[in-house]
Design a protein around this ligand. Structure first.
Ligand code: MIC
Ligand code: SF4
Length: 638
């Protein structure tokens, strides 16, 4: 049988790629600090003494220490992580996705991560999947990550990129073609003649942005360019060639002619609101950001330096740049690239996620910020009325120079970037586990609170609709990111006042009067964006027991089940109109109906019957009935 890359990787792991359900045992696990605290609290709650797969914690999000919370949580991670046998990338080493790609990626291996952009490692030919924290914790305890088989969509890249057109523009083109739902239950596997010219960092940009389509993951073959990447960092032994067979088949194929692409930009407030830069030139900018796990490679920042060399940024524009890893920062320093950026007036930020999810550098009220990041959800940058645009580093740099969105091709000759052929990783960048670690005393600060457990399913439920909301509601709408909120990731009780705050600022005032259990009605693609399980845990801890939606983002639906919250999809989307906030919905014989998968709700207020679907695997139903995955696993362990 001719195999595509996904089929090869699964078969090499002893799995049948055509089975309707996959049971994946990851080779590697990565947990960034913003979700890692909860993951390790769950590991402790399960009584895990040693993590099974090779696991790495990244201190990369919660770096703004305006109070003790973040450093307290980092000291928890540094002690519990070492005790349980994880590797730890310390603060300042790098954004997890970039740093994992450089230090630990291996073609053909499977990575599971507690962050939606885990897919970045697909750049090196890995099957790299973002998931909710408890799914990752359970995999670290040695249980398989079970999921329905996603479809594999081949993305054939043809032709070659013209000057000033980049990997970021390829990813924006895919978003324009598929929309933020187009990757649902899909893996995007790249192939074709256009792949060869893309560096591994280019491929990382594309696999990273694939998360914005809702994709299960994205990946590239491992070829000579991959080998060159590994050689340049001193890890050539990790390389192996891995390609789809000639004539391999896909569930579908999308073709993109790279030669026809032009610089693109995503307009507020969605990554799929994509237009050619040439059509939106002239929009004034107060801020330009180059960085994040999407675009923070040496080349990304060196292009900006070349554009800004011997120039001075216009007075009204703030250019913030953040390297993706310590290795990249050192390359910038040693090649004089950092000097060019700083001399032109750029602000060199710490090696971290930073402004990407609103941790610092929030732009001025009501202004426009142009960023090389991957998300521009309203309010995500930290300023509720700012407009966030997404683009390539090339477009960002030329636009910064002009103080307004500008087609980078106006700059003239496309700079040639000379990247150091060999710039090895630092041997002291990652803390490795060692002998005697099991005796380490775990340090827990006052910010760490007990994990809220879901409640086993009752057979009869009467739930008040406490929130009705629209389409494409993101995890940022449900539970905002940002410095203040992310510092509470180990403290669910203190997080409750923030829930749904970006949808309804008054929601916090009704929390004290909420019933023991209540429900939410939502539109299409509810819970798109991050894999953060907190977007379920926090409302669940306040009583959310059921969500009725036109459709769900895949990971969010999985997170609902993992915390015992019932996900129902309307059989007739038109029924969405009839349900109003304040209505009482009754669900009788819940266990039987959910077992059957077709669930009848009675809207007692409107005297209307509504039919819904609850499509779950048998394993997921068992988890839901137990009130969540932690309860289920504890049951199994006992
Ligand atoms: C994000 O980019 O939104 C985050 C912050 O990295 C999240 C993870 C989190 O919420 O901790 C993600 O993308 O999953
Ligand atoms: Fe960090 Fe932003 Fe990447 Fe999320 S998307 S991991 S916040 S850099």
């Amino acid at each position: 049988m001719k195999c595509n890359l996904v089929q090869k990787i699964l078969k090499n792991h002893g799995l049948n790629p055509n089975s309707p359900e996959w049971e994946i045992i990851p080779d590697q696990v990565m947990t960034p600090d913003s979700t890692a605290t909860m993951v390790y609290l769950q590991l402790e709650a399960m009584g895990v003494k040693k993590v099974k797969p090779f696991s790495v914690i990244y201190i990369d999000h919660n770096m703004l220490q305006v109070g003790p919370k973040n450093h307290d949580d980092h000291r928890y991670l540094l002690t519990v992580g070492k005790k349980l046998g994880a590797y730890i990338s310390k603060a300042g080493n790098g954004i997890g996705h970039t740093t994992h790609l450089e230090n630990f990626s291996k073609p053909g291996e499977i990575l599971l991560g507690s962050d939606s952009h885990t897919s970045t490692a697909g750049a090196a030919g890995m099957l790299a999947v973002g998931a909710g924290g408890v799914d990752v914790a359970v995999a670290m305890a040695g249980f398989p990550y079970a999921c329905a088989r996603p479809k594999v969509v081949g993305v054939c890249l043809e032709g070659g990129l013209r000057p000033w057109v980049t990997a970021k523009d390829i990813s924006l083109k895919l978003l324009q073609l598929t929309g933020v739902k187009g990757g649902k239950n899909r893996i995007f596997e790249y192939f074709g003649p256009g792949v060869d010219q893309l560096t591994v960092y280019d491929r990382a940009t594309i696999c990273n942005m694939g998360a914005e389509t809702g994709a299960f993951t994205s990946l590239f073959p491992s070829d000579e360019m991959t080998r060159r990447f590994y050689r340049s960092i001193g890890r050539e032994a990790a390389w192996q060639p891995l390609q789809a067979d000639e004539g391999a088949e896909y569930d579908a194929v999308i073709s993109i002619d790279l030669a026809a692409l032009e610089p693109l930009v995503a307009l507020p407030h969605s990554p799929d609101n994509v237009k050619p830069v040439s059509e939106v030139e002239g929009i004034p900018l107060s801020q330009v950001g180059i960085g994040s796990c999407t675009n923070s490679s040496f080349k990304d920042l060196a292009i900006a330096a070349a554009v800004l060399n011997h120039q001075t940024l216009p007075d009204g524009v703030d250019l913030i740049v953040s390297p993706g890893s310590k290795r990249i920062l050192l390359m910038l320093l040693e090649t004089g690239t950092a000097r060019q950026l700083v001399t032109a007036g750029a602000r060199l930020l710490e090696v971290a996620c930073g402004p990407c999810n609103g941790i610092g550098q929030a732009p001025a009220s009501g202004t426009n910020t142009l960023r090389t990041y991957n998300r521009n959800f309203k309010g995500r940058c930290g300023t509720p009325d700012a407009n966030s645009y997404l683009c390539s580093p090339e477009t960002a740099a030329v636009s910064a120079l002009h103080g307004k969105i500008t087609d980078p091709r106006r700059f003239g000759e496309y700079p040639v970037i000379h990247e150091p052929e060999f710039f090895p990783l630092l041997p002291n960048a990652i803390i490795a586990p060692g002998a005697g670690d099991e005796d380490i005393r775990v340090v827990k600060g006052p910010n760490i609170k007990p994990i809220p457990a879901g409640s086993p399913l009752e057979d009869t439920l009467t739930l008040k609709i406490e929130l009705k909301t629209g389409d494409n509601i993101t995890t940022d709408h449900i539970l905002p990111g940002g410095a203040e909120m992310l510092a509470l990731r180990s403290n669910i009780p203190d997080s409750v006042p923030y829930v749904f705050s970006r949808l309804n600022p008054d929601f916090k005032n009704k929390i004290s009067s909420l019933g023991k259990t209540w429900c939410v009605v939502a539109g299409d693609n509810f819970g798109m964006g991050s894999s953060r399980e907190h977007a379920v845990m926090v409302p669940m801890s306040a009583g959310m027991k059921l969500v009725v939606a036109k459709s769900f983002a895949d990971v969010y639906k999985r997170n609902l089940v993992n915390f015992g919250v019932i996900p129902l999809v309307l059989e007739d989307p038109a029924d969405y109109e009839s349900m109003q906030e304040g209505d009482l919905l009754a669900l009788d014989h819940a266990l039987d109906q959910l077992q059957d998968g077709r669930v009848k709700l009675c809207n007692q207020t409107q005297s209307k019957i509504i039919f819904t679907k609850c499509e779950l695997t048998a394993a997921q139903r068992a988890v839901l009935f137990k009130g969540g995955l932690l309860n289920f696993i504890k049951d199994q362990l006992s």
